[in-house]
Design a protein around this ligand. Structure first.
Ligand code: MG
Length: 245
């Protein structure tokens, strides 16, 4: 069932999203050569607590960390740990915050030191795909319009979109209906005012196929190519969608 939020509920999610956006800014500034990915896990916990929220992902279906940290060919669901960031890596930081009864969810991909032209193009294409998708997220459009815009943008830059993992509704639950695929398949549900969605293109430099790491969490590109991930939580409003994160 797709849940439509009241104006009051959207207002709480706006506060929740602001907190998450601030924390992602801090995580971006923390990103540098020589830190371990565990550093992000520690900062996520500290900054969430300071702001009266808690990390949504911790223990979600048993996930062992406060956020997902995915490096290079890791697409999503990377687990922070001892791995050190090296010059030229790209790192995707995907986090959720639970605050005052609601979740928001967002992700960024950041270059570590100086990165290759391909990595820069990939990051730019993934971020542009998210913007293109959000632009289609209006009352009266369908989820499929968002999906199609994301796919067209990424593929026009020579990259591919991951099929097996999708965006989703978000609110009182971290994952709500509807699914928001990153490729156009069908029209999908009608978008209505008050729907809150996490839109999250995962864009690969090579083919879209994925594989699961031995830890049973981390999703990698099947061909070892780089992957970038951007995500915002948005609310469907009367005109343009409102970005909450
Ligand atoms: Mg998400």
């Amino acid at each position: 069932m797709i849940i439509v939020k009241s104006a009051e509920e959207v207002a709480i999610m706006r506060q929740c999203g602001r907190i998450l956006a601030d924390i992602l800014d801090i995580l971006r500034m923390e990103t540098r050569v020589g830190i371990s990915t565990e550093r992000f896990n520690v900062v996520m916990a500290e900054e969430s607590r300071k702001r009266g929220g808690r990390p949504s992902f911790k223990n979600y279906r048993g996930f062992p960390a406060n956020l997902c940290v995915s490096v290079n060919d890791e697409i999503v669901h990377g687990i922070p740990g001892e791995r050190m960031l090296r010059e030229g890596d790209i790192v995707s930081l995907d986090a959720g915050i639970f605050y005052n009864g609601f979740h928001t969810d967002a992700a960024i991909t950041v270059g570590v030191g100086s990165v290759s032209q391909q990595a820069r193009d990939l990051i730019s294409a993934a971020e542009s795909s998210l913007t293109a998708g959000i632009h289609q997220a209006k009352c009266g459009a369908h989820v499929g319009d968002v999906s199609m815009a994301i796919q067209e943008c990424a593929e026009s830059r020579g990259f591919s979109v991951v099929r097996e993992y999708t965006g989703h509704g978000v609110g009182r639950e971290l994952h709500e209906e509807p699914a928001v695929p990153n490729f156009g398949l069908n029209k999908g549900p009608l978008l209505r005012k008050g729907m809150t969605l996490a839109i999250e293109p995962m864009v690969n430099a090579g083919a879209w196929y994925t594989k699961l790491a031995p830890n049973q969490w981390t999703v990698l590109t099947a061909d070892g190519s780089l992957s970038a991930h951007f995500e915002h939580t948005i609310a469907i409003m009367d005109g343009e969608a409102e970005v909450l994160t």
